[in-house]
Write a protein that binds this ligand. Sequence first.
Ligand SMILES: NC(=O)c1ccc[n+]([C@@H]2O[C@H](COP(=O)([O-])OP(=O)(O)OC[C@H]3O[C@@H](n4cnc5c(N)ncnc54)[C@H](O)[C@@H]3O)[C@@H](O)[C@H]2O)c1
Length: 270
Amino acid sequence: MKVAVIGGGRMGSGIAQVFLSRGDQVTVQEPEAEAARERVAKGLAVAESKGGGPADEALSRLTLGRVPADAELVIEAVPEDPRLKVEVLAAAEATVGAGAVLASNTSSLSIGELGAGLDRPERLIGMHFFNPVPVQRLVEIIVTKATAGDVLDRARAYAERIGKTGVVVYDSPGFATSRLGVLLGLEAIRMVEEGVASADDIDTAMTLGYGYPMGPLRLGDLVGLDVRLAIAEYLHARLGPRFEPPALLRAKVAAGELGRKTGKGFYEWQ
Ligand SMILES: NC(=O)c1ccc[n+]([C@@H]2O[C@H](COP(=O)([O-])OP(=O)(O)OC[C@H]3O[C@@H](n4cnc5c(N)ncnc54)[C@H](O)[C@@H]3O)[C@@H](O)[C@H]2O)c1
């Protein structure tokens, strides 16, 4: 199978890696081509060291260049800018056959709005991968009213092909994961703000009491509190007051306490 990935950054290189590991031919379209190749090569080497197939063999099926006309699946993973996404998707649409599936890995943008910029919106679907792609097993498959039935069936099959589980979500702000995950995170912050419990005790309550792999405050620190705030603002504007960012979140971001990446958030990080 021939797959094209547009954008070979953190997500695109991981997506390319999992299809290469599955035995597919993958083209990555990326202005910083050598950096993308290195990321994919490094990911394949790590996978090999953990018992995966030979990295060299998989890498031999990688091409750096433009989306080929015979690509069956094109996945866009360029930065989260709707104009840029429509631009690269429209160019890909003009290159590939009418039966190809076009997918966007957007984590927040409306698939319906991206599709409005295309000639064949029925061929567009969301395939929202999680970071790091080779490890995370979920793909949120985002459908719109326009999405063709065979495109949904194929997106499900593509996710399965690379060992992921696809869940189907109707195109709506925050899809399923961000909408629920952010709401829990915001409520946890409000609880710290109100002095209900410490961050550590709230997280321990959710890990031991509810079996969560990680508490919501620790997760927020890992994701980055600035990223959390941006998503909360987006969801607040679209879904209403229950997503209003708490004052404590705004204060932490204003103070540069963004979580692990700055050494301090709700926790101290080495
Ligand atoms: N990082 C995450 O945890 C995560 C998780 C899920 C989804 N996403 C989404 O995936 C997408 C990519 O995120 P990322 O974290 O990989 O970003 P990134 O910055 O690591 O990668 C983006 C890549 O796109 C390239 N690029 C820029 N303009 C391009 C163009 N015109 N054509 C081709 N390539 C171009 C950049 O050079 C860069 O390598 C975003 O939509 C993001 O919201 C990210």
